[in-house]
Design a protein around this ligand. Structure first.
Ligand code: ARG
Length: 451
């Protein structure tokens, strides 16, 4: 059997390739996080009594970590198969530049808590970016909705014509859905905002390490308290985050489906500019809405990723199990997929052309049936009597002015009762959370690396 020498022993070549799996590529996304985590860990080791590493040694390690970060930024830091993953690649690099000092960085730490930490550091950046991109789409929807707030649109239930509505109501409904999703993302962020480092292999270490200090140095809200849970939360944390991502995708998918219908020539409510559509290789006239079809497809994909991670851990016993490694790919791709959908849709909404004529042409007399019944209520009739009266005389319904019909719907949240300021303020508050968190993180990382 062909074998390979690694930092942690000699392993069969095939076993090495099989067990490392896609880590060698995926861990490129974690180099930055791994260096930040290591910087905090060795800083804590240098504060111990007696210190595991001295202050000048700490400075040397921090300088080398900075070099690794610079290499990673230019795409030049190499994770070899013999490293298995980013953690051992960083340790190999530090040992080759710092000699025996490099061998000390793993004191009181396991790759298990290290990868759990790296994923949380990675996730906090990704969640903040997702929220920011969601706010980009929310503001596009709110701007679009407010511009067309008085443009009538038939409101549907069961896909059948129902009652007079407006383009503004449609657009702000999708914006509000995404605002709720942002709250979910913030909740996921808060759960993620706990440091698992120092939990080592799940059972603590017989030295007085300061897990609180590590958490503070990294700008986390607090450490995960129980060291076993710190490791058990790997996978669970990813599944919670993917749950929030899949809610975002649910909102996007519903909006995409509406857009597919409303841009069909039979509806013609909205038109997509040519550059947002794709053609056919055989039918010269085609302008297909592939973007929104793929958003719909990717909602299924992100949900499948969430379920994949859930399924992976639901039968996993306590403590680290290698199964967890396979949650990395769905986790990272699930986030990347959600983010790309948010990014592609914001300019899409901005570019939609609204065809008021077609929207108004959709108003057949039956769309006013409920309004007519409620008009009779205003004249003193009991609602059920008014309902039956209109139902029995549907052919007598007259086409009212759609604009006039919606102008009467002014109560809270109705077509002309949308509080655009409130919705915009909610988006601003969400962005405020992102800003505050970014400031905390940046300050922590800057302090950690200032030597
Ligand atoms: N690459 C591994 C993972 O993602 C790191 C942890 C390996 N730990 C171990 N005990 N083999 O899970």
């Amino acid at each position: 059997m062909k074998t390979e020498k690694t930092t942690v022993g000699t392993i069969g070549k095939d076993v090495l390739a099989f067990t490392a799996g896609r880590d060698v590529e995926l861990d490129i996304n974690l180099i930055h996080s791994d260096c930040i985590g290591t910087a905090a860990h060795i800083t804590m080791l240098s504060e111990m009594m007696p210190p595991v590493i001295t202050k000048p040694e700490r400075t040397k390690i921090i300088c080398e970590l900075k070099k690794i970060i610079a290499l990673a930024t230019s795409g030049d830091f190499e994770i070899r198969l013999s490293d298995q993953d980013v953690h051992l690649a960083v340790e190999r690099t530090l040992t080759s530049t710092l000699g025996d000092l490099g061998k000390k960085i793993h004191t009181c730490r396991s790759r298990n808590d290290q990868v759990a930490l790296d994923l949380r550091l990675y996730a906090r950046e990704e969640i903040l970016a997702t929220i920011e991109e969601a706010c980009g789409l929310i503001s596009a929807l709110l701007a679009f909705g407010e511009t067309h707030k008085k443009v009538p649109m038939v409101g549907r239930t069961h896909m059948q014509p129902g009652m007079p509505s407006s383009v503004g109501l449609w657009a702000s409904a999708h914006a509000e859905s995404l605002l709720d999703d942002c709250e979910l993302l913030i909740s996921a962020y808060e759960l993620n905002d706990q440091s698992p480092l120092g939990s080592a292999a799940s059972y603590g270490v017989p030295l007085e390490i300061d897990r609180e200090l590590v958490s503070d140095l990294l700008g986390f809200h607090c450490p995960v308290h129980n060291v076993l849970y710190a490791n058990n939360s790997r996978g669970k944390n990813e599944s919670i985050i993917l749950g929030a991502m899949s809610q975002v995708m649910l909102s996007l998918s519903r909006m995409a489906q509406d857009l597919m219908l409303f841009t069909m020539p039979e509806f013609g409510y909205f038109t997509l500019p040519d550059e947002l559509t794709t053609g056919s290789s055989i039918m010269p006239q085609k302008k297909n809405p592939d973007v929104i079809e793929l958003v719909r497809a990717r909602a299924s994909k992100v949900k499948a990723y969430e379920l994949a991670v859930y399924d992976l851990i639901k039968g996993s016993p306590s403590g680290y199990n290698r199964d967890l490694q396979d949650a990395k790919e769905p986790f990272m791709d699930g986030i990347a997929t959600t983010r790309s959908c948010l990014r592609v849709l914001a300019p899409f909404i901005e570019a939609i052309k609204v065809n008021e004529k077609a929207l108004i042409a959709g108003f057949t007399p039956d769309v006013f049936a409920t309004d007519r019944a409620l008009e009779l209520v205003g004249e003193g009739m009991a609602f059920r009597d008014a309902y039956h009266h209109v139902k029995e005389n549907l052919d007598e319904l007259e086409t009212m002015s759609p604009a006039e019909a919606i102008s009467k719907k002014t109560h809270l949240g109705a077509p002309l009762g949308i509080d655009w300021t409130l919705l915009n303020e909610r988006a601003d508050a969400v962005l405020g959370v992102v800003d505050d968190e970014r400031t905390t993180i940046a300050a922590a990382v800057e302090t950690l690396f200032s030597v």
